[in-house]
Write a protein that binds this ligand. Structure first.
Ligand SMILES: NC(=O)c1ccc[n+]([C@@H]2O[C@H](COP(=O)([O-])OP(=O)(O)OC[C@H]3O[C@@H](n4cnc5c(N)ncnc54)[C@H](OP(=O)(O)O)[C@@H]3O)[C@@H](O)[C@H]2O)c1
Length: 349
């Protein structure tokens, strides 16, 4: 019997979840049943989907009964508890948290880069970290043509990457700053830790907690997830992740060293233009390059400021920008589902 998909969004009231609902609304996926789930705090509130109001239900194991597909974006703890419950019920989970990303047997998928891994799923596909996704999309065509030895990246990450509370605190802090008042930081760099720094009119060189060798967890995600997605544990990655007072849109300064010598700048631009999911905006004479404001709501990754290194024939500099809630999270997750559906790997309507 033909029918549409029965789909849940877990964390439907959050920053990523809200975008997930929007991405599903604009997706060609045939959604027959839509189920927004969150914590008891927002159970009973309403979410609009394709012109209809849906009541948010509390996430309990039974709320996952009778689904085909569940998008999780409610944090690692929630995923660790409830993803196995969903998988046990035969639901395909696409998980935005970092809980299972590095586990063997869990594909970590960016459709433009390694969609084939998704076909091997055993009920769970992990969506990579936002800053990793946009970087690997931009680097895929360079890696395919010239090989990649080393990536050195500095990020300029938007506050929405830390969730709704952080985004609201940015606006409050900016208003206080404009009134000339003292800023009382509440959320960043890490909500659960006592040390706080203002983000209004500031930058914070810490995203997530410090984990090993003085690197933060966000920086280590960029190292380990890049190696897993490219299926190459020899790629060297050095990351410095920085929060900036931007609402939406992560930017990255990326320097790579390729295995092979690079061709002319024009050829490199053409190769990047031909890369899947990439928009090249790069014309120094016309001051053309991407900024976070350009990219809001878009699924593509934007690349500009393309330069060959002045000293190394295999060195390349790029500026890479994407909407962290769309391509960095919800858009990537929905794209995975769209491709699985297109290949007949989800129940067909
Ligand atoms: N923001 C990004 O750019 C980004 C990118 C990639 C991945 N992610 C990941 O996506 C996840 C969500 O991030 P976010 O930025 O959207 O956070 P957020 O704005 O704080 O939203 C969190 C969501 O999770 C729900 N939730 C919290 N505790 C829950 C529980 N016990 N049971 C059910 N639902 C619960 C919240 O519902 P209530 O309304 O009931 O509190 C809310 O819907 C995180 O794992 C994050 O690492 C975020």
């Amino acid at each position: 019997m033909s029918r549409g998909l029965r789909v849940a969004v877990v964390g439907a009231t959050g920053a990523v979840g809200t975008e997930m609902v929007r991405q599903l609304e604009i997706s060609p996926l045939p959604v027959a049943e839509f189920r927004p789930l969150a914590s008891a705090r927002s159970a009973g509130s309403q979410v609009q989907f394709r012109g209809q109001a849906y009541k948010v239900r509390e996430l309990v194991p039974e709320a996952l009964d009778g689904l085909d597909l569940a998008f999780f974006s409610a944090g690692g703890e929630v995923s660790r508890t409830f993803v196995p419950e969903a998988v046990r019920r035969g639901v395909l989970v696409i998980d935005n948290s970092s809980a299972f990303r590095l586990e063997d047997g869990v594909p970590l998928v960016v459709p433009e880069v390694n969609f084939s891994a998704a076909r091997e799923h055993r009920g769970l596909i992990a969506n990579p970290n936002c800053s990793t996704i946009q970087m690997v999309v931009a680097l895929k065509p360079i890696r395919d043509r010239f090989g990649l030895k080393r990536i050195t990246v500095a990020t300029y990450q938007a506050v929405s990457g830390a969730g709704y509370r952080a985004l609201q605190s940015l606006y409050r802090e900016l208003e206080a700053a404009l009134r000339g008042e003292e800023i009382a930081p509440e959320v960043l760099p890490v909500a659960s830790q006592p040390v706080k720094y203002p983000i209004a009119l500031n930058v914070i060189p810490q995203i997530d907690v410090f984990v090993e060798e003085a690197y933060t967890r966000e920086e280590m995600k960029m190292v380990l997830e890049t190696q897993k997605i490219f299926a190459d544990s020899h790629i060297e990655v050095g990351a410095t992740c920085v929060r900036v007072p931007v609402g939406i849109g992560h930017s990255e300064v990326v320097y790579v060293e390729t295995e092979e010598e690079l061709p002319s700048l024009e050829e490199i631009r053409a190769i990047l233009r031909g890369g899947e999911g990439i928009v090249v905006l790069d014309d120094p004479a016309g001051a053309v390059y991407p900024t976070p404001r350009h990219v809001s709501g878009r699924r593509e990754v934007f690349v500009g400021r393309i330069r060959k290194d002045l000293f190394r024939p295999n060195g390349l500099h790029l500026f890479v920008v994407a909407d962290n809630l769309v391509k960095g999270a919800a858009g990537n997750a929905v794209q995975i589902a769209e491709r699985l559906y297109a290949e007949g790997l989800l129940p067909q309507a």
